[in-house]
Write a protein that binds this ligand. Structure first.
Ligand code: FAD
Length: 567
């Protein structure tokens, strides 16, 4: 536990002594040698995590004045958007993993890597405590402490079971490469098992009942992959059991793919209906045992239990134990992710940054900014704006806060009139002028949404690149602060605040069809978007090596079908 590690670290009297800092100190105190040999001590930057945020930070960092130490339980980066493709053998696991040392070796920065997980952060002493994740037989060596000047927390999140009984013991998850490989093995084994001669049809049906809990992008993509696999490969390879396969998708809310445009949601629901995927909306899972999954209908409270062969649990994410513990330590105990300011600094700390899925930007200033925009638009100081002026104001806000635009688009509220009508009810029909309070009321729902950016690779990737650029220009920016004047001066930061740019999102729906939602309210669904998906994901690979592997996997699948060996 974290506690025993602290005790252990104290017993060993670590004195700022892991890795290269000690080396710098030794140089400085090297007997009678001239002082001219003393190299200024590099600032130590510790990075936790080698996922999207960590990898992007690392790839973009090129300031050799830092000494970087990476701590992560895995020594590779995973291209998570292709994990669902691994579950049914479309892409090989190896093809979407890039060894972190391949990235380190190309950098002109002093970087070291430890395959370990951080188990405790001690901000007072600027120290983290770590435990190696590789087997170590020599006692004690598997635990160590690292000092830092700057700490960058990019540890991602973990699956959220919402404390539903039996989920941990009986479900599959799809978060890591291991998970995808386990699912793949289980899928193939299910077909082999169902083909054994000793079973009854009832038993076969149970084994071949695949249940997916959660109608978000991952659940939907897995359902589509599985359906394609059954249609394209199982029919040929396991003809006797092909008609016994059932895929059920359970979603607690009223629609799948909630975060997508309504047109995409409708198309996906209709397509799955035609494909024979049983989409059960408003269906809450209440428990899972070895044989059955129990659900409760949201509308009428009716409960039912269904036998299953395999369940994938994909309902969202929650904080990792390290983050939960750290939040408690720093008084953020009741949050779902670490709160940072717009410069990605953990609230209350100048030298600790958090990004990606483990963090959320606390944008308390959003409403103040909006009020400021309102006041500027109110040229005659009347305290009211016409709807036309509101629309222009809203455009201004959308430009500054892409989350607002994203939210309005997702809710199909493309113009202010809809928002105003909603806030004022019938009164809006009589008066199409609003004062600031009414305007704020119209935006209040948006305000609560604006606080959270989506937990996506796109956000993590942009945050990593942003932070690396800040560190690259740290000294220069200290001398010449940039950003709007109101952000300069004491208490503020030297850099422009982080701004997210939404580049669009994809939802692969199977049958070589993908739904694409791109900036500018552009929605495209079908085969052409599938080709766009192939090209975007090929181009977004982090190295030419993984790009070549992924593209050759796709070609292999087109020519020879999926690999059904289950290894
Ligand atoms: P991660 O990428 O999860 O990386 C976290 C890193 O921290 C890992 O290296 C982990 O080993 C390490 N770590 C964990 N604990 C510790 C510890 N205690 N100490 C040190 N290191 C630690 N997003 C999109 O934008 N588009 C998509 O199409 C998409 N598809 C997805 C499909 C799937 C199946 C999944 C699971 C996610 C998908 N996402 C997608 C979401 C995206 O993967 C995440 O938002 C993204 O990975 C978040 O990046 P991160 O760096 O915060 O965390």
């Amino acid at each position: 536990s974290g506690g025993s590690l602290v005790a252990y670290a104290e017993a060993k009297t670590y004195s700022g002594s892991h890795g290269h800092i000690a080396h710098a100190d030794a140089t400085a105190s090297d007997g009678g040698h001239a002082l001219s040999e003393v190299v200024p001590k590099k600032k130590k930057l510790v990075l936790l995590g080698t996922g999207w945020a960590g990898m992007s930070f690392l790839k973009n960092l090129n300031n050799p004045t830092y000494e970087v130490e990476i701590v992560s339980p895995r020594n590779f980066f995973v291209f998570t958007p292709l994990l669902p493709s691994v579950t049914c053998g479309k892409v090989e696991a190896r093809s979407i993993a890039e060894p972190i040392r391949n990235i380190i070796i190309k950098k002109n920065v002093d970087i070291s890597f430890s395959e370990a997980e951080c188990v405790k952060i001690d901000p007072q002493n600027k120290k983290i405590y770590c435990r190696a994740t590789i087997d170590s037989h020599s006692k004690g060596e598997e635990e160590f402490a690292v000092d830092y000047d700057y700490l960058i927390i990019a540890v991602g999140a973990q699956v959220n079971t919402f404390n539903t009984p039996g989920v941990m013991e009986n479900c599959h998850f799809l978060k890591e490469i291991d998970d995808a490989q386990k699912i793949r093995k289980n899928v193939i084994e299910s077909f082999e098992k169902a083909s054994l001669p000793s079973l009854s049809d009832e038993e076969r049906k149970k084994i071949l009942h695949f249940v997916i809990v959660g109608g978000g992008p991952t659940g939907v993509e897995f359902a589509a992959e599985l359906h394609d696999f059954v249609n394209e490969d199982v029919v040929k390879l396991y003809p006797k059991v092909k008609d016994l396969v059932k895929i059920t998708l359970l979603e607690a809310t009223d629609h799948i793919l909630n975060m997508f445009d309504k047109r995409i949601t409708n198309f996906a629901e209709n397509k799955f209906g035609r494909d024979g995927i049983d989409v059960k909306l408003g269906s809450m899972v209440t428990g899972i045992n070895e044989n059955e999954i129990s659900t409760k209908a949201r509308g009428n409270g009716k409960t039912s239990s269904t036998p299953y062969g395999m369940v994938l649990w994909s309902t969202g994410i929650g904080p990792r134990p390290l983050i939960k513990e750290f939040m408690k330590q720093i008084g953020q105990g009741n949050r779902r992710a670490l709160a940072t300011d717009e410069w990605l600094r953990v609230e209350g700390f100048d030298n600790i940054y958090a990004l990606g899925d483990c963090a959320t930007i606390n944008q308390r200033k959003v409403m103040e900014d909006i009020a400021e925009i309102f006041r500027k638009a109110d040229k005659d100081n009347s305290g009211t704006l016409t709807v036309k002026e509101f629309q222009e104001t809203l455009d201004d806000i959308c430009e500054r806060y892409p989350q607002v635009e994203l939210y309005l688009k997702n809710k199909q509220k493309r113009n202010i009139v809809d928002l105003v009508k909603e806030a004022k009810g019938d009164a809006a029909k009589q008066s199409m002028e609003l004062n600031i309070e009414e305007f704020k009321a119209a935006l209040s729902e948006v305000d609560s949404q604006m606080k959270n950016l989506p937990a996506t690779a796109q956000v993590a990737n942009q945050q990593g690149a942003y932070l690396a650029k800040c560190f690259n220009r740290m000294e220069e920016c200290e001398k010449n602060p940039e950003g709007p004047p109101r952000f300069r001066g004491t208490g503020h930061h030297r850099f422009h605040p982080f701004r997210y740019r939404h580049l669009g999102q994809f939802a692969p729906l199977g049958g070589e069809q993908t739904a694409a939602e791109l900036p500018g309210d552009w929605v495209s669904i079908g085969h052409s978007s599938q080709w766009l998906w192939y090209s975007v994901y090929a181009s977004k690979q982090v190295s030419w090596r993984t790009r070549a592997l992924v593209v050759s996997d796709w070609l292999r699948r087109f020519i020879f079908g999926r690999d059904t060996s289950g290894i």
